[in-house]
Design a protein. Structure first.
Length: 145
């Protein structure tokens, strides 16, 4: 269950591109004031953070993973998230430059969303809305403007 601590819902975002991390973080900041985005540069760091959350910590309302990252890519991280009891039902989106049908099928097989990264910053508002659509209905209503 997602906890509301300090009136901010937790989103975990893993991507090795600092520009993409900043773009998404800024987009959420502009989209809503009641989410906190925790960023990680690879799947290993993100997974370690997620697995070490205690029952007193926020459970993420959304996990966003780039596919191509060092140490552990987004696909492997997604597999491990789906093997972790406390994370099984957390919505996950693969957010990537890939447009591969195989990558889309992989995301579907592991019950994750798949969104291709925008070509420009001007598309981020629409992309942010699409990311939020993967949250549960209750959370989506609370974090949408």
């Amino acid at each position: 269950m997602t906890n509301l601590i300090g009136e901010k819902y937790l989103i975990v975002y893993a991507d090795d591109d600092p520009d993409d991390l900043e773009l998404v973080t800024d987009a959420f900041r502009n989209f809503t004031s009641n989410v906190r985005v925790e960023v990680f540069f690879d799947g290993v760091s993100a997974l370690s953070y997620l697995k070490n959350l205690s029952s007193l910590d926020d459970t993420p309302c959304l996990i966003i993973l780039d596919i191509n990252m060092p140490r552990m890519d987004g696909k492997e991280c997604l597999k491990k998230i789906r093997e972790t009891e406390s994370l099984i039902h957390v919505p996950v989106v693969l957010f990537t430059t890939s447009v591969s049908e195989r990558d889309k099928e992989f995301a579907s097989r592991y019950k994750a969303g798949f969104i291709s990264k925008p070509l420009s910053a001007s598309q981020m508002e629409l992309i942010t809305q699409k990311l939020v659509e993967h949250c549960t209905d209750d959370i989506r209503k609370l974090i949408s403007k």
